[in-house]
Design a protein around this ligand. Structure first.
Ligand code: IPD
Ligand code: CA
Ligand code: CA
Length: 264
């Protein structure tokens, strides 16, 4: 078995195990802690974190592991797993079935593999650098919508939205009056996968973390989409702006951002 196939196999195993845990406890009453005013973490996030870390590190003990719920210990490996054990915790704790597991692998600072699993719909998204993006084994690609006014967009708001509400709403307002419709699903990893699958035509968000976007961004690129920062410059997973699209509407989305920023 090729090395990359092994990475993918283990990532899928870890994602499915965390998904199993999410499904098992979904709808039960949970212990919740708050990392910020509206930034929750549940015991299920931690259980998933532990399960994924065990599976990955059992097989690849020398690799680095960056996960949302554990402190980062740098080993200095060229391989770095980037994990969101549960993306969509706010949805999860309200019994709203829109959440997932997101696992990506970086090699020498480039994401080479991404796995996102939604256990409720049993949808497994995978992508490998240069090999395309797949949903439950079927190749996916971005939509062909060319007009922003006809586009179905998604977005999200960071956890400091109470302090900077007007700032984020400027972008929301401009997109609202220039698009067909907007959704705020509550899981950035799924937003990006849905864009890759042609369900959404575009997505923007500020202040996301690498674990929110690493797997989903590769999914978008491998499905033929485009992802940049808000100026149209190359995207990287540690940057704080994400603008992703099917490619066709990208310049119209950049224009919209410019328009929003005129009034900041
Ligand atoms: C959150 C989700 C949400 C996004 C937030 C993220 P979490 O991740 O991806 O869609 O709007 O910015 O922090 O906290 O559920 O892992
Ligand atoms: Ca997240
Ligand atoms: Ca999370």
């Amino acid at each position: 078995m090729e090395r990359n196939e092994r990475y993918l196999e283990v990532a899928v195993k870890a994602a499915r195990e965390a998904g199993r845990i999410q499904k098992l406890y979904f709808g039960s009453s949970l212990q919740i802690e708050f990392k910020g005013e509206i930034n929750p973490v549940t015991e299920v996030d931690r259980l998933c974190d532990r399960a994924i870390s065990e599976i990955l590190l059992q097989t690849f003990p020398d690799h680095d592991l960056l996960t949302e719920e554990s402190p980062f210990e740098k080993k200095g490996s060229p391989y770095r797993w980037i994990v969101d054990p549960m993306d969509g915790t706010t949805n999860y704790l309200h019994g709203y079935p829109c959440f997932c597991v997101s696992i990506a692998l970086e090699f020498e600072k480039e994401v080479i593999l991404g796995v996102v699993y939604n256990p409720i719909l049993d949808e497994l998204f995978i992508s490998e650098k240069g090999k395309g993006a797949y949903l439950n084994g079927k190749k996916i690609s971005v939509s062909q919508e060319k007009n922003l006014f006809r586009s179905f967009l998604s977005t999200g708001f960071p956890y400091d939205v109470h302090d900077h509400g007007d700032f984020y709403l400027r972008y929301f307002r401009e997109f609202l009056i220039r698009s067909f419709a907007i959704r705020r699903p509550g899981s950035a990893a799924l937003d990006l996968c849905y864009l890759a699958a042609g369900r959404f035509d575009g997505f923007w968000e500020l202040k996301l973390q690498p674990w929110d976007v690493a797997a989903g961004a590769l999914m978008v690129m491998e499905a033929g989409g485009k992802i940049t920062d808000f100026r149209g410059q190359p995207f990287h997973i540690y940057s704080k702006e994400v603008l992703a699209s099917n490619g066709w509407i990208h310049s119209q989305m950049l224009e919209t951002i410019k328009e929003a920023e005129k009034n900041l």
